[in-house]
Design a binder for this molecule. Structure first.
Ligand code: NAI
Ligand code: MG
Length: 356
């Protein structure tokens, strides 16, 4: 358990990008035991299921899962339970992964990739912590019913329930405060406490947990304002923590601030520092097998793995610094290429990271 990493490349560019991350990890000569297994469409082809039992067993036993991507158009007609995406949902559920961490980093060298003005986003480095298992997505009761009173009495309506239990808010709060401690020590909790009971409760628990982290500055912001500030002055944030619904929207908004999908890592954690680490992008079937994909999001996901599952901040920083350095040296895969830089392949990008 303690040093085991389940390596699940999956489909499309998964194999190519994971290979580079594994090479980088090996170059660091850490005490890690890497074990590979099939997942996604390729697992369906061989075993008849996108998350075969032996793959799930390996993931459960491991301290961390390093995941490539799953999916391909050729599986689009399968019944839902056999679709490649079910593998990620199955892993989240079985490992109890409730915290989704998505950094949005825009290296100064790539400032032109964003649709925002370089002075607003250049050097952006924020982290969004999204709760994954609660909120209006899963609250009950939900469904269809007859309206009993008011102007729409007698009609049918659709309804959901927004809810958060104390334990759910507490555990995501701890993850967010601890992440902030490793960064600028600024945490912004995003809610809609002016309107929602759920948000008032969320805010109350955040304030309680804050007592245990006196070195972190906690602020609160309403979701509508946060969505606006994220495009107006995103660099004012350090860590943002929020619920499932608001986090879904904010994390996609934040990823677009950077404009480079091939650069964004992510982590999904449970309470025992077990985690699944994967690039934010998909399996990119359009460029699969051509040695064109950008492996940096996956390499940066491996750095997050060392930080959060293995408490090896030093090795994580080493990888992150190497990535910044290869960009500084001008190496670019085609997705981030600009005139005046050096175009490299997937494996050459891996070589460059290892060489620095
Ligand atoms: P995508 O992220 O795979 O691709 C979108 C565009 O970005 C494509 O043009 C692709 O070539 C490019 N791109 C993505 N990653 C890149 C990289 N590392 N380097 C260079 N270019 C890159 O999203 P799309 O096309 O919507 O989905 C393709 C497949 O991936 C689908 O089957 C989808 O279900 C699956 N998917 C899987 C995810 C996962 O495994 N977590 C997440 C999102 C989508
Ligand atoms: Mg989304």
């Amino acid at each position: 358990m303690s040093n085991l990493v389940a390596v699940l490349p999956g489909d499309g560019i998964g194999e190519e990008i994971i290979e580079q991350a594994v090479r980088v990890l090996s170059a660091l000569k850490l005490d890690l035991q890497l074990e590979k297994a099939d997942v996604g469409g390729r697992a369906y082809d061989v075993y008849g299921h996108p998350l075969p039992e032996h793959t799930l067993a390996l993931a459960k036993k491991a301290k961390a899962v390093l995941f490539g991507a799953v999916g391909d158009w050729k599986y689009d007609t399968l019944p839902r339970e056999f679709r490649p995406e079910q593998a990620i949902l199955g892993l989240r559920k079985n490992l109890g992964l409730f915290a989704n961490l998505r950094p949005a980093i825009l290296y100064p060298q790539l400032a032109n990739a964003s649709t925002l003005k370089p002075e607003i986003v250049s050097g952006l480095d924020i982290l969004i912590v999204r709760e994954l298992t609660g909120d209006v997505y899963f609250g009950t009761p939900r469904g269809n019913r007859r309206v009993e009173e008011g102007p729409f009495k007698g009609e049918q309506e659709g309804f959901d329930t927004m809810r958060y239990a104390e334990t759910e808010v507490r555990r995501i709060a701890h993850i967010a405060f601890q992440a902030a401690q490793k960064r600028q020590k600024k945490l912004c909790s995003v809610d809609k406490a002016n309107v929602l009971e759920t948000s008032q409760f969320w805010r109350h628990i955040m304030l309680e947990v804050a007592q245990e982290y006196p070195d972190v500055t906690l602020t609160h912001m309403y979701i509508d304002n946060a969505a606006m500030q994220l495009v107006r002055a995103p660099k004012a944030f350090d860590v943002i923590v929020t619920g499932n619904l608001f986090g879904d929207i904010l994390s996609d908004e934040a990823s677009m601030l950077t404009g480079s999908i091939g650069m964004l890592p992510s982590a999904s954690l449970n309470a025992s520092q077990q985690g699944l680490y994967e690039p934010s992008h998909g399996s990119a079937p359009d460029i699969a097998g051509k040695n064109l994909a950008n492996p940096l999001a996956t390499i940066l996901s491996a750095a997050m793995m060392l930080r959060f599952s293995f408490q090896n901040e030093e090795a994580a920083l080493r990888i992150e610094k190497a990535v910044a350095q290869v960009l500084e040296q001008g190496y670019r895969t085609p997705d981030i290429y600009e005139e005046g830089t050096t175009k490299v392949s997937t494996s050459e990008m891996g070589d460059a990271v290892i060489a620095t």
